[in-house]
Design a binder for this molecule. Structure first.
Ligand code: N01
Length: 526
């Protein structure tokens, strides 16, 4: 966003809490952290030069490599000179008289800007559950989403990890190799399939480079930003043996979408979903040697309605002597004690606790700032009314003029390859700001009717799917007291891009654009 606006001649400044670039990949440095989207699709595509200069070492890049890439991009385009680090935005308020945003930083600095763009991500507000007694714990504790920059030494330690989502499942095998004892406190068992990571072959990279224009086009028009489409057949149209063979091949192939895309109705029909769910359960039973442990690891929600997880030796890790699975669904964690933690039926001594307990997703990062639009109404207040987010295209929200949210709620965001969705929003927003300048407009604001129609459309697309039947962070269900509602646009990246482009082509249909003060003054003079 900074690069595009700067190239277009706008004076632009980025405020960043961290002391360097990287965002998600700056904060999530826990052992085993890596991307679940293939590296060749998980990069910027705006610069051909950049695509040629960077080579990914493996199919799924590890966090240090992705962070090096982001630093490489920042250096190449000299981005840091317009980024203020260690600068957290505490509040942003729209001033109706001057039609400008007043942005207040935690260091006391106040900035005035015509446009206010949030690039705070969807999963950056880490969630540490409010366990009683945490402050009394005498060991060390960490959250996966706020991992220290120094190495955490697990050797010879009794480590407890709470949470078995993507972060837990990536870190458990890595921590188990180092720690003396690892206790996994699991509330909800998860489906996970092998990533099957491999090093990238130079010939393969060459072939990708030669065809990147085509690959980029396919990524942009695909459903998820990854150039793959679901197989156009119902799971219920195949015999059990045909299904088994297909699922086996997908399991061998590994990766994020291989099983989800095996049939076209797995996210819609419970009976279809059960075929893939049971297939994965059969794999867990076969991999985990202790049948009692295997039984505790069997998930029961609809497969794919939480972020599908890919792993390296996750279920195999439970065959190690130093790993113990503790079921905290039947005996919940009651409190953290100085020596460890206490569940409803036992006490566990621990030297280190790892919270792999996720994030206050989607709205959490936005609500960490006190954002106020017209008449001083805060975003929090606006979205508390009716108990759901309301946006136009997931980019803007009525009452908050000249504010844009990159990968905001009700856009495809976390249900897509984030790189593709970020670039699409960046292109759309910078085109819009250029249009405003070229047409002498000073204020752009979503109309309430357009917003209501978009929010309704988002709900209507999600409603027939199984996503809304699962308690997940997609639904806001992981945070106590948070309003429930599906906050992501499920219509797909390609169709969504088309909708956004059509809106722009029709002169920003659904928005009200006001002339800039300068152009009004000019007209009066003439
Ligand atoms: O968080 P999660 P995450 N007591 O919310 C448990 C992305 N990501 O950080 O399911 C006990 O998925 C909770 O249990 P339950 C990706 O989009 C991507 O792992 O609520 N347990 C669950 O097991 C992902 O979906 C990558 O019953 C408690 C876990 O903590 C998203 O980030 C890598 C608890 C939280 O799982 C979030 O993943 C990592 C409590 N009080 C993450 N509270 C890539 O590969 C919570 N839990 C790119």
């Amino acid at each position: 966003m900074l690069y595009r606006l700067r190239e277009a001649g706008f004076s632009t400044c980025v405020f960043e809490t961290g002391d360097n670039v990287g965002g998600t990949w700056y904060w999530n440095r826990y052992p085993g952290a890596r991307c679940d989207v293939e590296s060749i699709y998980y990069n910027y595509t705006f610069s051909e030069e950049l695509l040629k200069e960077w080579t990914w070492s493996a199919k799924y890049a590890e966090q240090p490599e992705i962070l090096s890439y982001i630093n490489f991009v920042a250096d190449k385009f000299d981005l840091r000179k317009d980024i203020q680090f260690k600068a957290r935005v505490d509040s942003a308020q729209f001033d109706e008289e001057g039609n400008r945003w007043t942005i207040q930083l935690n260091n006391g600095q106040i900035v005035s800007a015509r446009y206010f763009i949030t690039g705070v991500g969807c999963l950056s507000a880490s969630n540490v559950p409010k366990f009683k007694g945490l402050e009394s714990f005498q060991g060390e504790w960490y959250h996966t989403g706020r991992w220290p920059h120094e190495k955490v030494d697990f050797s010879g330690k009794r480590v407890g990890i709470i949470g078995t989502g993507s972060s837990g499942i990536q870190s458990i095998p890595a921590i188990a190799k180092e720690a003396e004892q690892l206790l996994v406190f699991q509330r909800t068992p998860q489906y996970s399939i092998p990533a099957r990571n491999v090093l990238n072959d130079p010939d393969y990279i060459q072939q990708i480079r030669e065809n990147y224009e085509e690959i980029k086009k396919n990524m942009r028009k695909s459903l998820t930003g990854i150039p793959m489409e679901p197989r156009n057949r119902s799971a219920l149209d195949d015999t059990p043996e045909e299904r088994r063979q297909l699922f086996e091949a997908a399991w061998e192939q590994g990766g994020l979408l291989s099983l989800s895309y095996a049939y076209n109705d797995l996210a819609i029909k419970p009976e279809a979903n059960e075929t893939v769910a049971e297939f994965i359960r059969s794999k867990i039973r076969r991999i985990v040697k202790n049948p009692e442990v295997a039984e505790k690891l069997l998930p029961s929600y609809f497969y794919g309605t939480k972020r599908p997880i890919i792993d390296t030796d996750y279920f195999e890790t439970y065959n190690r002597d130093n790993v113990t699975l503790v079921d905290v669904k039947s005996a919940p964690i009651q409190e953290i004690i100085p020596a460890g933690l206490r569940t409803a039926d036992a006490e566990y001594e621990l030297d280190i606790i790892v919270f792999a307990t996720g994030f206050d997703a989607m709205t959490g990062p936005l609500f960490k700032m006190d954002i106020r639009g017209r008449e001083g109404v805060s975003l929090k207040e606006k979205w508390a009314e009716g108990e759901q987010t309301r946006t136009y295209l997931g980019i803007s929200t009525a009452g908050f003029p000249n504010m844009f949210m990159l990968t905001g709620p009700e856009s495809p965001s976390v249900l897509s390859n984030m790189m593709v969705s970020i670039e699409q929003h960046v292109e759309w927003v910078s085109d819009c700001i250029n249009y405003m300048r070229d047409h002498h407009k000073g204020v752009i604001e979503a109309n309430v009717e357009a917003e209501n129609a978009w929010t309704k459309h988002c709900r209507e697309v999600a409603e027939p799917t199984l996503y809304v039947k699962t308690d997940s962070w997609y639904m806001g269900a992981n945070i106590e007291g948070k309003a429930r509602g599906f906050q992501i646009y499920l219509g797909g990246v390609g169709p969504y891009r088309q909708i956004c482009d059509d809106v722009a082509e029709k002169g920003y249909e659904g928005f009200t654009l006001q002339a800039s003060e300068e152009s009004v003054v000019n007209e009066l003079i003439q």
